[in-house]
Design a binder for this molecule. Structure first.
Ligand code: MG
Length: 430
């Protein structure tokens, strides 16, 4: 053997001998199932179950989309499932990329939900194969548990303070406050105000009234609870350009943890004006589904928190990449979790949150007992912190028989998002 042959043998042997996953047999995707359920409470949850060639080995993921539910189900059953059968589930990044490009047109809210279901299920399988929780595969824990913010509100200042004090007593340090519910404080009651004949008769949103009322509400809350609690507020994209700037300027004195979605996604350039006018931190992007929408906002440091839902942007793989982009620019994550979200998406967010240095805060969400029975392994919130478990994979399973007993309920008018309107009947961006 020449010296060169010996060198090649020495270096080639370990690589040539190493299988793709050491000691584990080859794996293929045998079946892809959709499990749709109301969760026992009127949710429209869509879960993917990817079944592999290894007996008993499967992964589950969240593809939930409350407003285009049946489009997502059809996209999985008719388009994704036939594409996946026979493929290697170990290749998470390749399947994410090819699943992303396979539709030619990409990054819409339906296909990114589909990709999310696929991606989470593949991470679940990978973790089960490795015998490790997903957070270990993402780099391991960088914090002991995941801090969550609570939701508080009320129809009067006194009721709001009472709600905040209750939340503090429960251990929450971060609290989001809405005046009488979403967009509250800026609504003209049903039937009141000067309206067009035969026009919109319901509650009507008024920007100037909102800008006047909500900062005054925070005056009152801060005067009662001080500056210890970290306070947030969600504007739900209801303000237009210069009004958004003025609102953020007025609440600066209240040292907010963040103001969420003060502008609609159609008006992101106004964040430059907000930055020039005040230091109120900005959380942005609840309705983003294209993860690259965040790039200019993060790289120009125009925002402070990315506020998307993990299952809306395509799952754990893009969420981890987005968090890393944030890390390099001093921006933090605040993954969206409330409302109609599901426990599998919550746990997916948990695995990124607990393993990433760019974590900022997680939205709380608690599920009814029937949902927790249906999805054993649900994360738990105690004392303001979210706890997962140390089981391999995502750490959650699904009882399909119980899910089948709680099918998605029929809905009217296509199950649309409820839109607010102004006095003259014009629609308000959500
Ligand atoms: Mg929001």
């Amino acid at each position: 053997m020449t010296r060169r042959d010996a060198f090649q043998t020495l270096w080639a042997a370990p690589f040539a001998a190493a299988p793709a996953l050491k000691g584990l047999p080859p794996l293929t995707i045998k079946d892809v199932k959709v499990i749709a359920t109301s969760g026992g409470r009127g949710y429209r949850w869509i879960f993917i179950k990817i079944i592999t060639s290894e007996p008993g080995l499967y992964g589950i993921g969240s593809a939930s989309n409350h407003f285009q539910t049946h489009a997502v189900i059809a996209a999985i059953e008719k388009h994704l499932a036939p594409y996946l059968i026979g493929k290697n589930p170990d290749k998470i990044e390749d399947l994410w990329q090819s699943g992303h490009l396979r539709t030619y047109w990409r990054n819409g809210p339906v296909n990114n939900n589909v990709l999310s279901g696929l991606d989470m299920a593949l991470w679940d399988i990978k973790g089960k194969r490795a015998g490790m929780p997903v957070y270990e595969l993402l780099g391991g824990k960088v914090r002991d548990a995941v801090p969550c913010y609570d939701h508080c509100g009320g129809n009067s200042n006194e009721a709001i303070v009472e709600s905040v004090q209750k939340s503090l007593a429960n251990g929450f340090r971060h609290i989001r406050i809405q005046y009488g519910g979403y967009g509250g404080g800026g609504f003209i009651p049903k039937g009141q105000g000067s309206r067009p004949e035969n026009g919109h008769g319901g509650t009507a949103f008024d920007e100037e009234q909102y800008i006047d009322a909500v900062p005054k509400m925070f005056d009152f809350v801060r005067s009662k609870v001080g500056f210890g609690p970290k306070l947030c507020h969600d504007v739900h994209s209801h303000l237009s350009g210069i009004n958004a700037v003025e609102f953020c300027r007025r609440v600066q004195q209240h040292q907010m943890f963040f103001i969420e979605d003060v502008l609609s996604p159609e008006q992101l350039d106004w964040y430059k004006q907000i930055r020039q006018s005040c230091t109120t931190p900005q959380a942005v992007g609840e309705v983003f589904s294209h993860p690259l929408e965040f790039v200019p906002l993060v790289t120009q440091r125009l925002i402070d928190f990315v506020r998307c839902r993990v299952s809306a942007i395509g799952g754990i793989t893009p969420a981890k990449k987005l968090a890393t982009l944030c890390e390099y620019h001093g921006v933090r994550t605040a993954f969206q979790e409330g409302g109609e979200n599901d426990p599998i998406n919550q746990l997916a967010a948990y695995h990124v949150d607990i393993s990433h240095p760019a974590f900022g805060i997680q939205e709380e969400n608690a599920f009814p007992p029937v949902a927790q029975e249906m999805l054993p392994g649900c994360a738990q919130i105690r004392g303001g912190y979210l706890y997962g478990n140390d089981k391999p994979g995502l750490g959650i399973d699904i009882n399909e028989q119980l899910a089948a007993k709680h099918p998605i309920q029929p809905f009217t008018e296509g199950g649309h998002y409820r839109l607010d309107r102004t006095l003259d009947g014009a629609v308000v961006k959500p």
